[in-house]
Every structure is written in C-alpha cells, then in structure tokens.
Design a protein. Structure first.
Lengths: 536, 137
C-alpha cells in the first residue's frame, strides 16, 4: 500500500474519472468549433447570467442541524452572525421517513443526522428570532417534502411574514431517493403527484421559492461518474416535467422554478465542464422536447455540495485542501449556491470549529482568489471546450439508454438504475483498493503506523431524544384535538382521489399541529408504501 | 485479489442488513457483491429493517455471519439490539460485523459490546473477506 509507484510516463493513456481521454496538450483542432458563445445567452454553456458573480455572488449555504430545534436554532444564529447568507436545514431520519419520534423505528435515530421537526411547534422554535422574510432557507427533505414545506408556510403565517416573500428550496426530489438516498415512503407514482402538487402550489403562493431541487449529488456519492450524475439528474428532471404537465402545469412557467443540486468531486476540469455541459444540455432538451423559448425557463440553476464521499478519514485535515479545490471547481462551473463540507464529515457531524473552516474556505475563494471577477474564466480553453462537448455527448448517450429501457420511472420501479449504481460503486471501491484511484493518505503516501489526529470530537447531547419525546407528547396533549382530526380526515379523503391539490390541506394539518407521522400515516392508507426491488 | 480468486467464503451464508432508517446502501451493496464473488451465498435485506426483523432473518436463513451497514450514527444502539436479539434467540455465537461511518473512538465500544469486527470506508474488500474467512473457518 505504501510502496511508491513509478511516476507514469507522459505516453501513458490518461482519462478523466468518467473515462474521457485527456490529451497531453489540447490544441485548436480538438474543439469542434471555436466557441462563439456568451454567458447569459442560449444555450448558456458559459453561465445563465451575463454578469456572472459580479451581478450576484453565489449563496454560501452550509448544511447543518442536529438534535432538537433549540440547539439547531443556536447554530443557525451563529452561522448567520458569521456572514452565512442562507440556511440549510438538515432533518433527522424519522422526520425524513415520516415517523414520529415515538415510533419504534425512530427511537435510535431521533435528532441524530439532523433536527427533529415532528410538528409546527418545532419549526417555530427552529426559526425563533430569525425573520423568515429576510433569509433564504433550504431543506434537504424528500419523502416528506410537501409536509415540511407546508410547515414552513405555517411558520411564516405565525411570524406574520407574507408567503410571497419567502425564498428558499425544498429538495423534494423523490426519484433519486429510490436510487440512492433511501428516504422514500410511498410508491413512485403517488409520490410524483405529491411533488407536482407542491411545485404547482408553490408557483402561485411562493413565487420566489424553489419547490424542487432535482439532485444528482446522491447518485454521485453512491458511485456513479460525473457524466452519469448529470445524465440521471436531467432524466429525472424530464420525468418531473412530464408529471407537472400531466397535472396541468405550464412548462414555460414552472420550468423557471425548477432547480438542481450536484456534487463536486476532485477532478477540477471534469467537474467544471460537467456544469457547463449540463447547463447547455438542459436548455437544449427543454427546447427540443417541449418547445420552451422563455430564457429563464431554460436556465439550469443549481446548488452544489463539495466533499461527501471524496473526503477521507485518514489524515482528515487534508480534506480542507480537497474541499477548497472542489469549491473552486464549483465556482468555475458557475454554481448558484455552494455548500462546503467540513473536514471531519468523513466520520462525524462537524463541530463548530470545523464548520467555521468550511465557511471560511468559501469566503477565501469568493473574496481573495479573484476567480469570481470574470464570467466563465475557463471559456475558450481548447481543453475545456472539448471536454465540455465530450461530456455532453456522454450525457446524451446515458439518457438514451434510460429512454431505451422505458424511461426513468420504470427503470427505478424495476431496480435497473439501482443496480447500475451498485456496480459503479463496486468499481470505485476496487479502483481505490488497487490504488489506480489515488487517495492521498489512504492508499498512497500513507504512514501505516500513524495515529491520526482527528481533532475535536462532536458529541451529541444524549438527552436530546428524551427531550424531543417529551415535547412531542406535550404538543399532542396541548393542541385542539378536534381541529387536528378534522384536518387529517380532509387530507385523507382528498388523497384518495387524484383530483385536488393536497398542499392547502397539508398547511391546515400543520396549523392544527398534526404531526408528520400522522399525516404520513393517512397518506399511506391511501397510497401504500414503496416496495424496494432488491436486485443485486 | 488472490483471496477473491480462491473463493474463501464458498458455502457460507451471510446476511447483509440495513438496520434503522439510514438510506445509504451503496456500501452494503458493494459488500454484498464482493462477498458473493468470494463464494458466499448473500442475503441482502434492503433498507429500513428493525433489529427484530434482522434477527428473524438470521435465524430463518441459518446464516453463518451478519453484517450491519450503518451510516446514520446509530451504530451503538442498533448493533447492541441485534446482538441482544441473537443472544435471546440462542444464536449469540453468530458473528456480527459492522460497517459504515463509524467514528474512530466508537470502534472499541462496538467491539466491547460483542461486535466481531468493524469495517470503514478505508478497509479494503480483500482485508474484509480475509477477516470474515478467518472468523468463519
């Protein structure tokens, strides 16, 4: 493991992690045509805004949340005081999977990977002293996204903030949950309906809110390549477009509010080109397939996360450097919002210390590096333009394979896509074990006898679950029981038919302090649960 | 690689399980595929299984080992519940392994609780299979 391989000669074939050959020197004839494009102009390869980051810097949006609403509220206030410009809420698994904290499956997970938001009471506490009209909030929530969105609206109502002023994002992308992240609840088709309901409702009620963030980050983390990440995500995007049209939406209108979310890994140019190619491909697909001409509707707006599976537990401080490089790739690719992981996320929830370094990394890139001063500084590079072209072609090829299988919904219901990801994960693991994928400190330049310094240890208060349970019982005791029951009955009746938009009913459930578990239970009665195809 | 070629787990039935609500299954699937290539007959539970369910499958399928994949931070509680369940069912001798995102300082506690081995992201598949083969020899 620690043996140093001979340095590779310049004649050896070199490819990007997606398998695209890298030339020793890129020359003019490598790119099919010189690039005549400008940023802000279709097909938006160079960016969706003509003035890039000078017009609006990217949003620095660190993902955090743990334990009870009180603790998370304190962390949010800290981050806002330190200059963070948007909040990103991590929710615990019971909230994400639709269980109340007192459910048997929930017990060991309450407050662990995020905050418990079992009812409106917790949302109110989470944002106490934070003006919902003045911040933008992102929720990484999928299976219960419509419910959490309804709860956010109810919290804004309670604060007296007009709903139309709300800005933020709910992830609300169930398709990738079936493939990689695993917080599905209902079968695919009713889940798609719930998403369409929330997106269409949001377009009317909270026009500045992103009611969906179609995410490639998790399939990427699970093992697929950069090309596949973009291809699967855009394929999912097209499936949502189809469902929204089926539910009566106007693509020229709702497409303006679709947003996306990706990973950035370590190959700087491939990552930057992934965004350039994806931006161009999405605009072209919407134009080709749906005749969209509205420029804003063609924009691929996206947030990114730097870190995740590219972080390494061995010599963890090296991760600070990795995240900085990925941060740079995201900026060179023109991301609208960026989350940088903390160096210790390879093995724990970040401490306040490590979270601050992750935040400062972005501020250093934004204010000191100079890369944000000109739009798409890589544009016109022979290598970058040719790699962008090849990646776009690769993405189209992968999307063609999904189409040939019968579309993304069928591919997920039958476990075909899940299997492809598992095979890729295996390949990545083998490449890491063999050392053909170099991971510094782990499979190369490792000091075997080294006792790693892991820094400060994050300790979750062991009493959190007990406190959350107590609050849950108290909220259920204290609420107007008749109003809650009535709201839940109305929700269930409407869910049983495919007609009514469920969002107003969910908002009323939240106002009545019905719990996430209660709402999910009613919907399960109508729709059943997803049966995972376990095919290896 | 040589260990895989020799199929050191031939004839062994191994349960790969996802206890709790954690939805990250890439690792569990990689392990399942690698165990199968090493000759084992692998039963994979799929996501979101209770410790009781996992114990029941371990009994019904008469497995030689149980692997638990946990990335949500709930490894102490969930591993303990599975171990207790196996002991209560009279099969406390079935070795249980844990894999996932396990903070370094938690490994000793898991081993002390009766877990036979802990594998993290940087454990090579070859080493994991060697360790299993030794435990099941």
């Amino acid at each position: 493991m620690s043996a140093q391989p001979k340095s590779e000669g310049t004649a050896a074939r070199v490819a990007t992690p997606s398998g695209i050959e890298v030339p020793l020197v890129a020359t003019r004839d490598l790119a099919r045509e010189p690039d005549p494009e400008l940023p802000g102009v279709f097909p938006f390869t160079r960016g969706i805004f003509a003035d890039g980051y000078r017009g609006r810097p990217w949003t620095i949006r660190q993902y955090s949340g743990f334990g009870s609403a009180e603790e998370s509220n304190q962390r949010y206030r800290f981050l806002l005081e330190q200059g963070q410009t948007g909040l990103s809420v991590a929710l615990d698994l019971p909230t994400q999977c639709g269980y109340d904290p007192d459910h048997a499956m929930a017990r060991p997970e309450v407050g662990k990977v995020g905050v418990s938001l079992f009812s409106l009471s917790e949302m109110e506490t989470l944002f106490e002293g934070i003006d919902l009209g003045a911040i933008s909030t992102s929720f990484t929530i999928n299976g219960t996204a419509a419910i959490i969105y309804a709860m956010y609206l109810a919290a804004a109502d309670k604060q007296g903030v007009p709903r139309a002023r709300l800005t933020g994002t709910i992830q609300n992308d169930i398709l990738k949950e079936y493939v990689a992240r695993g917080t599905w609840i209902f079968p695919v088709r009713p889940s798609m309906r719930l998403i369409a309901d929330s997106v269409l409702y949001s377009n009317e009620v909270t026009p500045r809110f992103n009611a969906i963030s179609i995410a490639g980050a998790h399939v990427r983390d699970a093992g697929c390549t950069a090309v596949e990440e973009m291809a699967y995500t855009l394929a999912n995007g097209l499936a949502y477009v189809d469902e929204l049209i089926r539910r009566g939406g106007d693509v020229a209108k709702f497409a303006r509010r679709l947003s996306f979310f990706f990973y950035v890994h370590m190959d700087l140019f491939e990552e930057a080109c992934k965004f350039r190619a994806g931006r161009r491909l999405w605009a072209r697909l919407l134009r080709e397939r749906h005749g969209v001409t509205d420029e804003k509707a063609l924009h691929l707006r996206f947030g990114v996360v730097c870190g995740g599976s590219s972080l390494v537990a061995a010599q963890p401080y090296n991760n600070i450097v990795r995240v900085a490089i990925e941060n740079l790739a995201a900026v060179l690719g023109g991301a609208q919002s960026i989350f940088t992981c903390a160096y210790d996320e390879a093995f724990q929830i970040p401490t306040e210390f490590s979270a601050e370094i992750a935040l400062r990394t972005q501020q250093i890139v934004q204010h000191e590096s100079g890369v944000a001063a000109t739009v798409d500084p890589l544009g016109g590079s022979y290598y970058v333009e040719s790699l962008t072209e090849r990646m776009e072609a690769g993405m189209r090829e992968v999307m063609g394979e999904i189409d040939a299988y019968g579309g993304v919904v069928k591919a997920i219901e039958e476990g075909w896509l899940q299997r492809r990801i598992a095979v890729r994960a295996r390949q990545r693991k083998d490449a890491t074990d063999r050392g053909t994928r170099v991971v510094v400190g782990q499979n190369r330049y490792r000091r075997p006898a080294q006792a790693d310094s892991y820094g400060e240890v994050f300790r979750l208060d062991p009493q959190i679950a007990a406190r959350v349970l107590q609050k849950h019982a108290q909220v259920k005791r204290g609420r107007d029981a008749a109003r809650a029951a009535r709201a839940l009955d109305t929700l269930e009746a409407a869910a049983a038919t495919d007609q009514e938009n469920l969002m107003p009913l969910l908002v009323e459930c939240c106002h009545a302090y019905a719990t996430v578990g209660e709402m999910v239970e009613r919907l399960k009665r109508c729709w059943g649960e997803f049966q995972e195809p376990v095919r290896l | 690689m040589s260990a895989v070629a020799k199929r050191p787990l031939a004839g062994k039935r191994i349960l790969v399980a996802k206890p709790g609500l954690d939805g990250h299954d890439a690792g569990a699937k990689v392990i399942a595929l690698a165990l199968r290539d090493a000759g084992a007959e692998v039963i994979y539970t799929g996501l979101r299984k209770s410790p009781e369910f996992i114990v029941r499958v371990a009994l019904d399928e008469d497995v030689a080992a149980v692997g638990l994949s946990i990335l949500s931070g709930s490894h102490q509680e969930l591993a303990r519940e599975v171990l207790e369940g196996l002991r209560a069912a009279g099969v406390g001798d079935i070795p249980v392994f844990v894999g996932g995102t396990i903070p370094p300082q938690d490994c000793a506690a898991l081993l002390a609780a009766g877990v036979r081995g802990v594998f993290t992201n940087d454990t090579s598949l070859e080493r994991m299979i060697d360790e299993l083969a030794r435990a099941l020899a």
